[in-house]
Write a protein that binds this ligand. Structure first.
Ligand SMILES: NC(=O)c1ccc[n+]([C@@H]2O[C@H](COP(=O)([O-])OP(=O)(O)OC[C@H]3O[C@@H](n4cnc5c(N)ncnc54)[C@H](OP(=O)(O)O)[C@@H]3O)[C@@H](O)[C@H]2O)c1
Length: 332
């Protein structure tokens, strides 16, 4: 393999009118990849909300184009200048700057700093690791935070919002596997609600079914919350969480602001945990991935679609329109 070896990727460029366009390219060369100790031959990537933003020029995610999005990659080390990994090691790369301002996993190769990679744990195949991807890792971080609360099982179901999204669907499957009752909230109607029940949700609600009120605290309903959408509604989730419960927040499709009194926190001991999948230390990444390969292993094939590089543009459109369901894996 030489520096001029060619590979295929989904490259996003900006034209002279400022518009962004993604296309499959087969003529990229290894020496165009950014610096890093590990060259990884990518078998699978996956599509997350952030990839949809990067693929359409969102400056909060990616500033430099041409760019290859893809915040997830699973594959095999093809070259290593690090003592941490050897050629042939199977690895998962997620988070840090991958796919944001560093060319990402929608490509047959990525080159990354060694500390961005974790060994693919025994018990998880490359495709399974990308069915999880950053969405699954994020769901697992949220579940880990909820389980850290002693009273999580005693005081009602765990509420999961944005329920047909990737983070939420993995969270539902994971919580159900761990024996936690789940209430799912989705804006969508129709058969997808049945899929949420099959996945493990005991109850599926429309957002309008959640109580809203100006009162400082509402009836205690949730032992924990996996909120994936953010926005003003987070206020009601906090004030309807049971004493000792844990509310986790990871996304902002519905907005990036909410207001709250301090009452749920100081009178009920409710906690609010921010979930950040990007900058987790290596030891925590390894611990969470190891759970996902063993006692937290969930079969996600039924909520996954597999596409090639040529399917990315359509999937990005669905994600931004809010019509995408579940997880989409990209096979390289
Ligand atoms: N903090 C982190 O480290 C981290 C990591 C991963 C993801 N995230 C964030 O978490 C969120 C979910 O990620 P994902 O990969 O699961 O995304 P996704 O698959 O696109 O799912 C997002 C879901 O949110 C709901 N939704 C979309 N637009 C909405 C709107 N305008 N108002 C209300 N609900 C809306 C939809 O659910 P329904 O139609 O079922 O209601 C949708 O399925 C994203 O904001 C993402 O950026 C953060």
């Amino acid at each position: 393999m030489s520096a001029t070896t060619r590979f295929s990727a989904y490259l996003v460029t900006q034209n002279d009118k400022g518009a962004f366009q993604g296309e499959v390219r087969t003529d990229l060369a290894l020496d165009q990849l950014p610096a890093g100790e590990l060259l990884v031959r990518v078998d699978y990537s996956s599509i997350n909300y952030k990839d949809a933003l990067s693929a359409t020029g969102s400056p909060g995610v990616t500033r430099q184009y041409p760019h290859i999005p893809g915040i997830d990659a699973a594959g095999t080390v093809a070259a290593s200048a690090s003592g941490l990994f050897a050629v042939g090691d199977p690895v998962i790369v997620t988070g840090y700057r991958l796919g944001m301002d560093h060319w990402g996993g929608f490509a047959q190769y990525v080159r990354v700093p060694a500390e961005w990679a974790v060994p693919l744990p025994v018990g998880l195949s490359p495709v399974e690791s990308m069915r999880l991807g950053t969405a699954g890792f994020t769901a697992a971080l949220a579940v880990d935070a909820i389980l850290s609360q002693e009273r999580h099982r005693a005081d009602g179901p765990v509420l999961v919002t944005g329920a047909t999204g990737g983070v939420a669907m993995v969270a539902i499957a994971l919580l159900a596997k761990l024996g936690c009752p789940v209430t799912a909230v989705t804006r969508k109607e129709g058969p997808v609600r049945g899929r949420l029940r099959q996945l493990g949700a005991q109850e599926v609600l429309a957002p309008e079914a959640l109580e809203t009120s100006d009162r400082p605290m509402l009836k205690e309903r949730w032992s924990g919350v996996v909120d994936t959408i953010g926005g003003a509604g987070l206020e009601y989730l906090v004030k309807s969480t049971a004493a000792g419960g844990m509310v986790t927040t990871c996304g902002m499709a519905a907005g990036n602001r909410f207001s709250s009194s301090v009452f749920p926190f100081i009178l009920r001991g409710v906690s609010l945990a921010g979930i950040d999948s990007v900058n987790q230390p290596a030891a925590r990444r390894v611990r969470i991935w190891s759970h996902l390969a063993t006692d937290w292993h969930v079969d996600l094939e039924r909520i996954c679609t597999e596409i090639g590089l040529d399917g990315i543009t359509g999937c990005v459109r669905e994600i931004l329109a809010g019509t995408h369901v579940g997880r989409t894996v990209v096979k390289l």
